[in-house]
Write a protein that binds this ligand. Structure first.
Ligand code: SF4
Length: 239
């Protein structure tokens, strides 16, 4: 399991108050204003989560305001080659420290304990072991995290605020792109020449681990390709 350094200086109560203050102060501010607030409020204690899918503009945006920021990438061991290539391309163009957040077990170790292809038999447990537990451990040392959640992603995210208190992880959660559309992402990427995952324009508007992601047809729900055929719609990071 990847252990990040403990950068927390403020108490839980202080952080909760900052979340309330940020939400009230920012209202429906622009992504640039939210990024500037995050950099001002959490210098050196901020982490950016990035899946190297449709959210590469997020670390780019935050690093412009907060050079050297930590970027957490959940390296589940099941990614598309294009996703790993995107991570490497992004690392070469932004001023940030990209950290591969690793599960406690390699895929081979997990296969040995639970049997191969756990994602087919129990995707909830697989996501718990390879995403939820690793991100919980990685986030514990920060005061705030920035995510690429967008309200149009799905019904669970429709009410996402720009700044929220994350009771699950006990830190401030900042969603600068909450009001953005998919086209807004592409426009930013084009304006700043940010590397994007090539699968995005190849029928994969939402990209996760390779075994759990399929192409979607034109006009289909963008997230229909995630855990297709199962009731599961979220990996659990944002629940
Ligand atoms: S998305 Fe699929 S492969 Fe990846 S951690 Fe979840 S169940 Fe496992």
């Amino acid at each position: 399991m990847t252990q990040t350094p403990n950068k927390r200086a403020r108490s839980t109560e202080e952080l909760q108050a900052l979340a309330d203050q940020g939400a009230a102060e920012l209202g429906e501010a622009t992504a640039e204003d939210v990024a500037a607030w995050a950099a001002r409020t959490f210098p050196g204690t901020l982490a950016v989560a990035c899946s190297m899918a449709g959210d590469t503009v997020l670390p780019h945006l935050i690093a412009r305001h907060c050079p050297g920021v930590d970027v957490l990438f959940l390296e589940t061991g099941y990614h598309f080659a294009e996703t790993l290539g995107t991570r490497d391309a992004l690392a070469s163009v932004i001023d940030a420290r990209i950290i591969d957040v690793l599960p406690a077990q390699t895929v081979a170790e997990q296969d040995a304990e639970y049997g191969p292809r756990l994602y087919e038999r129990d995707p909830g447990l697989c996501c718990q072991l390879r995403k939820v537990e690793p991100i919980n451990a990685a986030l514990s040392g920060y005061e705030a995290w920035v995510t690429g959640i967008r309200r149009e992603d799905n019904a669970l995210r429709a009410n996402a605020g720009l700044v929220e208190w994350d009771a699950t992880h006990q830190l401030v959660k900042i969603n600068p792109l909450a009001a953005w559309s998919f086209d807004d992402l592409l426009d930013y990427a084009s304006q700043w020449s940010v590397p994007i995952n090539l699968l995005l324009t190849d029928g994969y508007p939402s990209i996760g681990c390779e075994p759990c992601t399929r192409r979607v047809a034109p006009g289909e729900d963008p997230r229909a390709g995630r855990w297709a055929g199962l009731a599961k719609t979220e990996c659990g990071l944002h629940l």
